[in-house]
Write a protein that binds this ligand. Structure first.
Ligand code: PXL
Length: 275
């Protein structure tokens, strides 16, 4: 596009603060796929690196905190981030570091994907960091998007039915998260429907349901959902609509799988139309 006046930072920029997943299906890579297809410019603060493939995760390291500080400082010195999201934060010191940086600069509303464990059982956050997550990061969340397991851990309760999920969502709001997308249970092979509970800052609440699609290609769904919400917020979409768009985006990406990897593959970020 040719323009008479070039306006620095006019284009919507969204930042992910997350771990890299070498297989490209989850973590920062899923966030960047999402940003790209949602037509926002993706910026990334890498916190950790995971080595793995569609069979699972085989190693992981955290990056040094002073390096992460430099990433934040460099981004803040040049770009205008309109919204951000968090993903894998590995341990308590990393969470504290990210919270400190987030408070120091203006990166807009924050979507917190409280990543604790992969779908296949690998821990991505130390258990000793759950309290730090609750105390320091949850209160910063404009939107928090826990999966079923993360809701149980953060709300410190067993979730056996819809009523329990509603209680957990209210607990997360009491901890300071403004809007909560509490994802429902996804593992029963007889399941025909997936139901997520949404609790907005206004007190309005509703269920988002979709047909359950049986597939092994669901890596990166949580990352992509939170990334899409952040992308929409950066474009100026209101929170409820951003959540609804993100849910449709991820559902369409699950329903149109691509053949990548032998076992647990990625969702298809091209499938949804980016309006
Ligand atoms: O999808 C959760 C997730 C987040 N971040 C990283 C991951 C994964 C799952 O594999 O590897 C880096």
């Amino acid at each position: 596009m040719k323009r008479d006046v070039f306006m620095a930072n006019e284009y919507p920029q969204v930042m992910t603060i997350a771990g890299s997943d070498s297989d490209g299906s989850a973590g920062m890579q899923a966030d960047l796929h999402t940003f790209f297809t949602r037509k926002v410019y993706g910026i990334s603060v890498m916190t950790a690196c995971v080595a793995g493939n569609s069979y699972g995760i085989h190693a992981s390291i955290s990056l040094p905190l002073d390096f992460i500080n430099q990433e934040f400082a460099d981004i803040a010195a040049d770009f205008k981030v309109k919204a951000a999201k968090t993903g894998m934060l590995a341990d308590s010191s990393l969470i504290k570091n990210v919270v400190q940086n987030y408070k120091e600069y203006d990166f807009g509303p924050l979507v917190v994907d409280p990543v604790i464990m992969t779908k296949h059982g690998n821990m991505l956050l130390e258990e000793s960091a759950f309290e730090t997550l609750r105390e320091l990061l949850v209160p910063l969340a404009t939107v928090i998007t826990p999966n079923f397991y993360e809701s149980e851990k953060l709300a410190d309760m067993k979730i056996n039915n819809d009523d329990d999920l509603v209680t957990a969502a209210h607990k997360l709001q009491q901890m300071g998260a403004k809007n909560v997308v509490a994802k429902g249970y996804h593992q029963d092979s007889n399941q025909t429907e997936v139901r997520d509970f949404v609790l907005l800052e206004s007190g309005k609440s509703f269920w988002l349901s979709a047909p359950y699609h049986h597939t092994t290609h669901i890596n990166g769904t949580g990352d992509s959902l939170s990334a899409c919400i952040a992308a929409e917020i950066a474009k100026g979409t209101d929170i409820e609509q951003a959540i609804r768009i993100a849910k449709n985006y991820v559902n369409t990406a699950i329903w149109n799988e691509i053949a990548v990897g032998h076992k647990f593959g990625p969702i298809n970020h091209w499938a949804p139309k980016s309006e």
